[in-house]
Design a protein around this ligand. Structure first.
Ligand SMILES: [Zn+2]
Ligand SMILES: [Zn+2]
Length: 396
């Protein structure tokens, strides 16, 4: 048993964590512009005696050095908001039109600050170092990659990473854990179909890019139904399509864009190649040309089994076994925490924030999204305890 009552300490600063969260919520900043949030985080950590470094432009790396020798563990919170109009009507709603913390990153930032305060109060007994990754731009181009490229995982060398995301599908006070594949990898793409224009009354003199594009969209779905292992998962979404200039002409060009999402690295490789072959081949068969550009975006989140078990035990000791919920299926959304896990083992868990009695249960990225703030001290206590237990384990 840990001598520190992390939950009691988190509950003692609950009002402060909530105030931090509401302040961040009220002044949301989209990815790459988190300068006010960065200042708030730096000021708060410095006041605790945590060393800070501005990193990846608008991110913050905090270093809490324990008085006892040991390893280094990383805890991560993302700080960016979304281009969504808030519709909650709460008194601390966003003051910025069209920008909102609709993914809970305000909660992530505030609760990691709370964890820093708890851990800093026990630095004389802390067996090692805790590095706090306040990451910019999770929703956009990926702040995780840039924090790592800037040396965030070095000096002292981080040997395990933990993080959490709020989950409106889990009851407040519970934490969801899952070893292995947990979030999807993504490959955004653009396709341009090039046909040949002609009069609408003479389709045989042209190559109809719209008719070809329709076949390509349909054929892409065969990559899912016929080329993906039925017990694995993949999604190809064509999210935009534009073409043609007027109704009495055969369209010369169609542009489409979308995202391929896959769970395993082998499926990722296979479906990316299949999508290219099907788009190019279908267009070719119909006398048109397809140019397809497929980008590499976030890898999947693959939680390390041993680190997930360490976190599970630690959280069960803190909250009770019944509050640890096994997550049975992966999420086909993406999360750039997976990039940290390509470098060091770790685990990304999910914090229950649902309480229909207090706030309507709607999905992340909704203008109505909100959390039961009783979840916030729980998240701070979980962060602090998991980090402590990891360091205790490596110094043993
Ligand atoms: Zn999000
Ligand atoms: Zn998010």
């Amino acid at each position: 048993m840990s001598a520190i009552d992390f939950m009691a300490e988190a509950l003692a600063i609950k009002d402060e964590i909530i105030a931090l969260r509401r302040k961040i919520h009220q002044y949301p900043e989209i990815g790459g512009t988190e300068t006010e949030t960065q200042r708030l985080v730096v000021d708060y950590l410095e006041a605790l005696g945590v060393k800070t470094q501005k990193i990846a432009d608008t991110g913050v790396l905090g270093l809490l050095e324990g008085s006892k020798p040991g390893g280094a563990v990383g805890l991560r919170a993302d700080m960016d908001a979304l281009k969504i109009q808030e519709q909650t009507g709460v008194p601390y709603a966003s003051v910025r039109p069209g920008i909102m913390h609709a993914c809970g990153h305000d909660c992530h930032t505030a609760t990691l600050l709370g964890a820093a305060r708890i851990l800093a109060a026990h630095r004389e007994n802390l067996p090692g170092n805790v590095k706090f990754f306040f990451q910019p731009d999770e929703e956009g181009d990926g702040g995780a990659e840039r924090m790592i490229a800037a040396g965030g995982l070095e000096n002292p060398k981080v040997t395990a990473m933990f993080g959490a995301h709020v989950n409106p599908g889990l009851p407040v006070g519970s934490i969801g854990v899952r070893p292995g594949k947990s979030y999807a990898a993504s490959n955004p793409f653009e396709i341009t179909i090039k046909g040949f224009g002609s009069h609408g009354a003479a389709p045989h003199l042209g190559v109809d890019a719209i008719a070809v594009a329709c076949q390509v969209v349909s054929a892409l779905q065969l990559c899912i139904s016929r080329e993906t292992d039925p017990v694995d998962s993949a999604i190809i979404t064509v999210g935009t399509i534009q073409g043609g200039t007027q109704r009495n002409s055969i369209a010369e060009e169609v542009k489409m864009s979308g995202i391929i999402r896959t769970l395993g690295p082998a499926t990722r490789q296979k479906i990316v190649a299949a999508a290219r072959r099907v788009a190019e081949g279908t267009a070719h068969a119909l006398g048109a040309q397809a140019e397809i550009v497929i980008h590499e975006s976030y890898p999947g989140v693959v939680n390390d089994p041993a680190m997930t078990e360490l976190a599970r035990e630690s959280i069960a000791e803190l909250l009770g076994e019944d509050k640890v919920v096994p997550i049975s299926v992966p999420n086909m959304g993406t999360e750039d925490f997976g990039i940290f896990l390509e470098h060091v083992p770790g685990s990304f868990y999910q914090a229950g924030v649902a309480n229909p009695a207090k706030t309507p249960t709607v999905s992340l990225h909704s203008g109505q999204f909100n959390v039961d703030e009783d979840a916030l001290p729980v998240m701070s206590a979980v962060h602090a305890k998991v980090a402590w237990d990891y360091l205790k384990g490596v110094s043993r």
